[in-house]
Design a protein around this ligand. Structure first.
Ligand code: AMP
Length: 219
């Protein structure tokens, strides 16, 4: 079971990276942004509320997010998960900590992609020009970036100090492929260490058994 959390401001490319890694290691990608956007398709009262909040760049309520994520993790993620966009507030991270503890689930990797607002702004303006997109309204992106700075950065700091051995900072200003190579290396390194520990343990246990057999045989 492998459990990964991605952190990063809007425009840092965490969704793109989470998607690539999800395909590569075949783990469910839990993007709360995607889940909320598909909820909007249902066009009921809640969908309308959620749409208005997302369109404004503000955060949807913790209760809604906590219940979405807990249901997904318990039902659909028996082999692990890649969380992208959650937790975003301290209330959400407290909820997640309790959920994982209650279900004896451990986090294995936390990937924090950092990027400055001026780099994001340049990227978005370039994309808007190239693709003639209207959804990349710079004011909304600014609100979302401020939400990240005011709420989510406290959450990533919590994980940085409480999970320092699995917390990895990456520069979101790099190319997508460069960031991806770095993430793959982080995942492989950890697998490599786990493999070494497992085979050393195997060796010790086997040697121990062999010594015992030898002892009884020769005594
Ligand atoms: P994203 O695609 O992750 O950038 O999310 C798009 C929008 O969905 C955000 O700007 C929020 O309005 C909402 N959203 C996604 N995840 C969360 C979350 N964990 N808590 C609150 N709102 C969220």
């Amino acid at each position: 079971m492998t459990n990964i959390i991605f952190f990063g401001p809007p425009g840092a490319g965490k969704g793109t990276q989470a998607k690539i890694i999800s395909k590569r290691i075949n783990l469910p990608h839990l993007s709360t942004g995607d889940i909320l956007r598909s909820k909007i398709e249902q066009k009921d009262e809640l969908a309308l509320k959620v749409k208005n909040i997302i369109d404004s760049g503000k955060l949807v309520s913790d209760d809604i997010l906590n219940s979405i994520v807990s249901e997904k993790i318990i039902k659909d993620c028996t082999d692990g998960f890649i969380l992208d966009g959650y937790p975003r507030t301290l209330d959400q991270s407290n909820f997640l900590e309790a959920l994982l503890l209650d279900n004896n689930i451990k986090l294995n990797f936390i990937i924090n992609i950092e990027i400055d607002f001026d780099v994001i702004e340049k990227r978005i303006l370039k994309r808007s020009e190239e693709e003639n997109r209207e959804d990349d309204n710079i004011n909304i992106i600014k609100t979302r970036y401020l939400e990240y700075k005011n709420s989510t950065q406290k959450v990533s700091e919590f994980y940085r100090s409480n999970y320092s051995d699995i917390f990895h900072d990456l520069d979101g200003g790099l190319e997508i492929s460069e960031i991806n190579n770095k993430i793959v290396k982080i995942l492989e390194n950890r697998w490599f260490s786990v493999q070494i520990i497992t085979s050393t343990l195997d060796l010790l246990i086997n040697n121990h058994v062999f010594t015992l057999i030898h002892f009884f045989w020769t005594s």
